[in-house]
Ligand binder design. Sequence first.
Ligand code: AMP
Length: 302
Amino acid sequence: MSLLSVGTVAFDTIITPTARAERVIGGAGSYSAWAASFFSTPVNLVSIVGDDFPASEINEMESRGIETEGIDRVLGKKSFFWEGEYLADFNSRETHKTELNVLADFDPQLPDFYKDSEYVLLANLTPSIQKSVIQQMNERPKLIVLDTMNFWMDVALDELKEVISMCDVLTINDEEARQLSGVHSLANAATKILQMGPKYLIIKKGEHGALLFANDGIFSCPAIPLQKITDPTGAGDCFAGGFLGYIASQGDTSFQTIKRAIVYGSVVASFCVEEFSLDRLKSLQRDEVEKRYEMLLGMMRI
Ligand code: AMP
């Protein structure tokens, strides 16, 4: 079952308390597509880059089964660039620079064969772009997952609420759930957000795991206690990509499958943070994913 993912393919400079990585490959689209590609699902990636983006990275995506025809390459312009710094506990980060570059005029036109994708992942982007992607699909996809952030709640709340009403699964962090709902208790925030349209709300709580709220019930998935964290960038995107990649591989959206997908999403995210950029995903093998999946299930069982 094919999966369409739209998001940034970018350069990042990352500063952590112990190291710095200069202009490495990043972007929510890159992380989510790589994460989904572990589940033997064709991934149709939609994005935009400048002529500074290495062709070798695009070729590597292709060799993993990520379709890149939907990545627009604009000559004479630079790729999206983001610079962020993590504070001592790795939980909070500051944005130093956001250079939109090619993203400023991004108006994606989906290749025809992308329009029949059955699963859609709208990674963190301008809500109007996310909406335009949904509108270009030939049929209503089986599941639309929306990832967003507080920035869009501050600057484009009405458009964001419209996209939220069109999606099936919303993934945000606990602070964003409070901001979006205007209430502090996460259970009450979830009730309010589910009334906005989605069937499922996933609240990501970083090192405290993830909570799923649905009309069918609540599910809680712990985070794996990691010995090594190098760079948390992309964890949320890998969670979303792994989550939907697993669902697409099963071709089923039952509550049971959604719960398993949350565990798989958490597993892929836990690998991503072990190295900078896509480095750990590039060396990751599917059997390592399965091993960690079993380990995480073991942590949840009495
Ligand atoms: P995450 O750590 O999951 O929040 O995602 C980090 C990735 O998002 C980085 O690789 C950045 O390139 C990308 N990014 C940062 N800011 C934005 C933005 N405003 N819009 C789209 N992508 C962004």
